[in-house]
Design a protein around this ligand. Structure first.
Ligand SMILES: *Cc1c(COP(=O)(O)O)cnc(C)c1O
Length: 383
């Protein structure tokens, strides 16, 4: 077995992070507030602004740095006014963190099927869901593996139905759909900086709001809902969800590299695409027209009957000390959500992707030799 493990997606530090952390130590701001927290919020907002098309330069982004992406989804639901018993539409093909906060609030998830073009929420199934449950007022739509959903269509359907869109961009920081950054389509946008995401702070998240008031309210909930009084006054239930000043320092450093990381992830995707072009049994996770993915993870889909299964690929890679993993198991197939409704208009697309897909190593530290090895192992199973 090769000694050096090849990872799916591991943290890549660029050296700038320590400067921000050192400054936090030097000034003794070892707390869930401080210059790095404010700086990270501003600088991520600036990044998004400077990467938008010209016509969106006037938009305002107000960000709240939080302890995780899951916390950001939870607070987005609170700000959207979710109440006990409310139905919330949510992508079925996603990580459980997209859906869990719905249950924290005793609301009821309704899972929406994917489309083949993007693997994300199908606009047709979403329309059908509103037809069936016209009372629903909140939608959580994930951009899986860094590929944008058809966000302008999804947003339009939400508007027509007076629903608030929470965009789970935990995996898609820096990805673009029709000239607009993912995370800025929704009424609320959610980013994650967990250990294996596009950029990492070890753990952390960000909630994007479009008004100053909403972001202030998120920070209020994130710091135990303390009222502005000298003593500790509370009128609402709060949370301990604020990002630490040390963690935010890592984020400020990482932001410098985001564009470079996206380019490197894109090259990984193109390398796989090129390598598997001559194997009809393999296709890559598709990028819909008008989208530029960040290619957080490159995934393959095997044609049923092509003679090779996802487990064979994962076993063959693991035998060579190479990490890979299955596609997210759809939420409507999870035991914990077995009582929840599931809306689909056509084929069970997400289940097919789950059964026939594999996430391939997409670590930006992979060398050309690493990529050649991975590709040789997979191709070896076909010939
Ligand atoms: C990682 C992830 C989250 C949660 O982010 P954390 O920072 O790990 O809490 C939410 N949704 C999706 C789709 C994710 O991949």
């Amino acid at each position: 077995m090769e000694s050096k493990r090849i990872f799916l997606s591991s943290p890549t530090m660029n050296g700038r992070e320590m400067g921000y952390i050192q400054e936090a130590f030097d000034t003794n701001w070892i707390a869930p507030l401080g210059k790095n927290v404010d700086g990270f919020e501003c600088e991520l907002g600036e990044y998004l602004k400077s990467h938008q098309g010209e016509q969106r330069q006037g938009e305002e982004y107000h960000l709240a740095a939080l302890s995780s992406g899951t916390a950001a989804i939870h607070l987005a639901l609170k700000l959207a006014g979710v109440q006990e018993g409310d139905k919330v539409f949510c992508s079925s093909l996603t990580f459980a963190a997209s859906a869990n906060p719905i249950c924290y609030e005793k609301a009821v998830p309704v899972f929406i099927e994917s489309e083949r073009d993007s693997w994300n929420m199908s606009p047709d199934s979403l329309r059908e869901a509103f037809h069936r449950y016209p009372e629903c007022r909140i939608v959580i739509c994930a951009n899986l593996y860094g590929t944008p959903a058809k966000l302008s269509e999804i947003r339009e359907i939400c508007k027509e139905n007076h629903a608030i869109l929470i965009e789970d961009a935990a995996e898609s920081l820096g990805a673009v759909y029709k000239g607009r950054q993912t995370g800025t389509y929704g009424d609320f946008g959610v980013f994650s900086f967990n250990g294996n995401k596009m950029i990492t702070t070890s753990g952390g998240g960000m909630l994007l709001c479009h008004t100053k008031e909403a972001a202030s309210k998120a920070r209020f909930y994130a710091t135990q809902a303390r009222e502005p009084a000298r003593h500790y006054e509370h009128k609402e239930i709060g949370y301990n969800y604020r990002m630490s000043n040390i963690v935010a320092g890592i984020g400020r450093g990482q932001l410098w590299s985001l564009d470079e990381y996206i380019e490197r992830k894109q090259r990984i995707y193109e390398t796989y695409e090129e390598a598997f072009r001559d194997i009809p049994g393999i296709s890559l996770n598709p990028v819909p027209e008008g989208a530029k993915a960040n290619h957080w993870l490159s995934c393959i889909l095997l044609k049923p009957g092509c003679g090779v299964t996802p487990n064979q690929i994962m076993d063959a890679l693991e035998a060579e000390n190479i990490e890979s993993r299955p596609i997210w198991k759809p939420m409507h197939l999870q035991p914990v959500f077995s009582d929840c409704a599931y809306v689909h208009t056509g084929d069970p697309v997400s289940e097919e992707i789950f059964r026939n897909g594999v996430c391939l190593p997409s670590d930006i530290k992979n060398t050309e030799e690493d990529m050649e090895r991975i590709i040789r192992i997979i191709k070896g199973l076909f010939f």
